[in-house]
Design a protein around this ligand. Structure first.
Ligand code: AHM
Ligand code: MG
Length: 337
């Protein structure tokens, strides 16, 4: 029975940077996620934490009380460790600079964290799994001044991530991460508050059977995507695939990575740039996907090679086992001819 901390130390040779700073970073992620686990688990008992906060967030969506709580909890937790110098969150329009680092001369081993504190939060009221998604970089070495954190530190290409992961608050709370040596999952034992290794070295199974897409948008999809959906439904070879979509990225992705399936959120007529955010939703999931032997693409390019231009930029998103993602790309390419 490995705890997360023991596992990180055991695998320290795979991490090219300071293991102490990684442990401190994880300590803030674990603490915040346990706070959220506690609130999510009593959500049915108290109206204080479920429902809308009455505010609209920067994306024009109704902010849930738990969105706000999760954002504040993670930001506070990162601030209280000496390893994070800047944070970007789905719930904050601007980057958050941690003041003490600005005054204290930032060394280059400080982290930049981008986070979706509570993804799928519209599902809180109905007990569907929700999640936290995080993406971590080192502060960019060529910043104008060592002392200044700028937006450029956050607009790094996804392949530069040093750590990516998510926490799923479902039938159990599981933390899944990668530092570039595979994908590993740890389940929280709430009775003692420790995360134990439960899913070592997760890989996408090759006998893919699931497709996940919001088919309510069918007539808003491009021709290639619609043809692919029909391909998944065809009675041929090992098809039809099973359709599974709960509308909570972490929940849909976690199931697909364990059971083998493709997740698709393409551009639609009403969201021509896609819905999901590149920096704190797609990049971390794409990093895990490649580490688990799969592919993540916007349809044309690997997600991890997209050069970000804005903090809250959106992108079409496709990820899953190589075979089925490549199949979908054939339909997209055919459409272009
Ligand atoms: P959120 O960041 O506002 O929670 O939205 C992201 C969510 C994803 O979890 C999910 O995959 C997607 O939006 C579902 O969107 P839709 O309801 O359009 O299918
Ligand atoms: Mg989100």
């Amino acid at each position: 029975m490995y705890t997360l901390g023991e596992f990180i130390i055991e695998n320290k040779d795979h991490y090219p940077y300071s293991i102490e700073s990684l442990l401190r970073l994880f300590s803030s992620i674990k603490l915040a996620s346990k706070e959220i686990h506690k609130e999510v688990n009593k959500a049915g008992l108290t109206r204080k934490i479920i429902g809308s906060s009455g505010k609209v967030n920067i994306h024009g969506e109704n902010q849930q009380k738990l969105d706000n709580f999760a954002h504040k909890t993670f930001v506070e937790s990162f601030k209280n460790r000496d390893v994070v110098c800047g944070i970007a969150s789905e719930e904050s329009k601007n980057i958050i600079i941690i003041e003490k680092h600005v005054n204290n001369n930032i060394s280059e081993d400080k982290y930049i964290v981008l986070i979706d504190p509570l993804d799928g939060s519209s599902n809180i009221d109905v007990n569907v799994p929700i999640g936290t998604i995080f993406s971590v970089y080192y502060k960019k070495k060529k910043s104008i001044s060592k002392n200044i954190i700028t937006i450029k530190d956050f607009l790094q290409v996804g392949r530069q991530q040093v750590l990516a992961g998510y926490i799923i608050y479902g039938s159990s709370t599981i933390l899944v991460y990668s530092i570039g040596n595979g994908v590993h999952g740890f389940t929280l034992d709430p009775s003692i508050g420790a995360f134990y290794l439960s899913h070592p070295n997760i890989r996408f199974p090759n006998n893919e059977k699931i497709y996940s897409i919001n088919e309510g948008n069918y007539y808003r999809f491009s021709y290639g995507i619609r043809k692919f959906i029909k391909y998944c439904q065809e009675e041929k070879e090992n098809r039809p695939y099973r359709a599974r979509y709960i509308g909570s990225l972490v929940g849909d992705y976690h199931r697909n990575m364990i059971h083998g399936g493709i997740y698709i959120y393409p551009k639609t007529a009403s969201s021509p740039k896609g819905k999901l955010r590149l920096l704190y939703e797609c990049n971390p999931i794409a990093f895990l996907t490649e580490q688990a032997g799969g592919l993540a693409t916007n349809g044309n390019f690997p997600i991890l090679d997209i050069i970000p231009k804005a903090l809250h930029q959106r992108t079409p998103f496709i990820c899953g086992p190589k075979n089925i993602v490549n199949k979908l790309k054939e339909f997209i390419n055919y459409e272009k001819k």
